[in-house]
Design a protein around this ligand. Structure first.
Ligand code: PLP
Length: 406
């Protein structure tokens, strides 16, 4: 057996892996950015924002898209538009970025944490009903990393208990579930366009919806009360009394970047999905390693992150996920532990215990803290010969660290 690179042996990737530079840069976008700059029309439903909203709605099949400042306020505004606030409870998955839960807290509502499914890592629908109380108003399923939440089961529960559903699609622009773009199944779909995302404009986000009234409210909420599409200074009907509105606008600079990226989204998603499946076959064959399950109902699975679990109960004495990650890194494969902890234990989570409730979390506690390793989407955009080397590195490391005995 070849010596591990971490122990001074040869590296699998002798030269750095040719991972995709992300976010992508298209020369034509630079020119358009300059045009926006020269136009002096930078904000307030400028032409580019208006077009992106139209094109994103068309791409996702939603009636309306409303761009906003980021993928946290999109969640917050979706809840406000659905009249969720103080005294209400909202069900969220135990593992997600903390914004999903904190947005609930911004509304003065209580996030109720429900465990994740061990295969898809998305909220486990079998554990939702036991978390429901008379105060429950909504469920926020997150389509996490490279899988989708089980929307069939979630929509059935929502219907049974008359709950709203906000899909957190921060990771999944380009993803289609049973032929529908994610975010169009529940009441509102919430997207993030932050720097690292599949569509990335530095900062940014959007809500999509098929409900005209919700769209109208979301437009007003994020544009300090202006009617959706109304330009600065343009006469429009005032917002209803009591609708407390915000300035969560974006600029045309972001919209220009996103419009060009959107043209490539389908092709990029197909490439990432094909490569993820290629890599999955290879990694799932290695003892002690498994890949996050693709949603069984995915038409096209979007990948923001490629997530791999190591069976920490089958590692040699003294070896944990930390050593596995260090060994893979030494071979030239940049896996990381990601956020490291379930949402309510992440270092930036500051919500006091009395302001949220844990209904179930055993699976998340084990998987997220002991098993989860992740690679960014850039790793899924390389030729198969490079993916082979990733698999080779995993095989080499697990060859040293895996133990037949439990
Ligand atoms: C699942 C999830 N939801 C929401 C967000 C919030 O998005 P933003 O960073 O644009 O506020 C993120 C950001 O990473 C996320 O991963």
């Amino acid at each position: 057996m070849l010596k591990l690179a971490v122990d001074g042996g040869p590296k699998v990737f002798e030269t750095p892996a040719p991972i995709a530079e992300w976010p992508p840069i298209y020369p034509e976008t630079g020119k358009k950015l300059l045009d926006v700059y020269n136009s002096r029309r930078w904000s307030f439903y400028g032409p580019e924002e208006t077009l992106f909203n139209r094109e994103f709605a068309e791409f996702t099949g939603a009636d309306t898209s409303i761009m906003m400042a980021n993928g946290t306020v999109t969640l917050e505004m979706a809840m406000q538009a659905l009249d969720i606030g103080s005294g209400d409870e909202v069900i969220v998955p135990a593992h997600t970025w903390l914004a999903t839960g904190e947005a609930v807290v911004y509304r003065g509502a209580v996030p109720v944490i429900v465990d994740i499914d061990p295969e898809t890592l998305c909220i486990d629908p079998a554990k939702i009903e036991e978390a429901i109380t008379p105060k429950t108003k909504a469920i926020i399923p997150v389509h996490l990393f490279g899988s989708f939440a089980d929307m069939e089961a979630i929509m059935a529960i929502a219907e049974k208990y008359q709950l709203k559903v906000i899909e957190d699609c921060a990771h999944s622009p380009g993803g289609f579930w049973r032929g529908k773009h994610v975010g169009t199944i529940g009441d509102v779909g919430s997207f993030s366009f932050q720097q690292s995302k599949c569509l990335a404009s530095g900062e940014g986000g959007a809500c999509i919806t098929n409900n005209e009234d919700i769209a109208e409210t979301l437009g007003r909420l994020s544009h300090i009360g202006y009617q959706f599409g109304a330009k600065q200074g343009q006469k429009c009907t005032p917002p209803p009394l009591g609708l407390i509105c915000h300035n969560y606008r974006v600029t045309d600079f972001q919209a220009v970047i996103l419009r060009d990226q959107l043209k490539h989204l389908r092709e990029d998603s197909l490439l990432r999905e094909r490569n993820a499946e290629y890599l999955r076959k290879k990694l799932d064959a290695i003892p002690g390693i498994r890949v996050q399950a693709r949603s069984k109902d995915a038409t096209l699975q979007s990948y923001y992150v490629f997530a791999i679990m190591v069976d920490h109960n089958r590692l040699k004495p003294g070896i944990t996920r930390t050593e596995v990650i260090a060994a893979l890194n030494a071979e030239g494969v940049m896996v990381e532990a990601g956020w490291g902890f379930p949402m309510y234990r992440q270092i930036l989570w500051t919500v006091p215990e009395e302001k949220y409730r844990i209904s179930s979390n055993a699976v998340a506690e084990d998987i997220v803290i002991n098993q989860l390793m992740q690679m960014s989407l850039s790793w899924l955009m390389m030729p198969e010969s490079e993916l082979d080397k990733i698999a080779e590195a995993f095989e080499k490391v697990m060859g040293h660290y895996y133990s037949e005995e439990k």
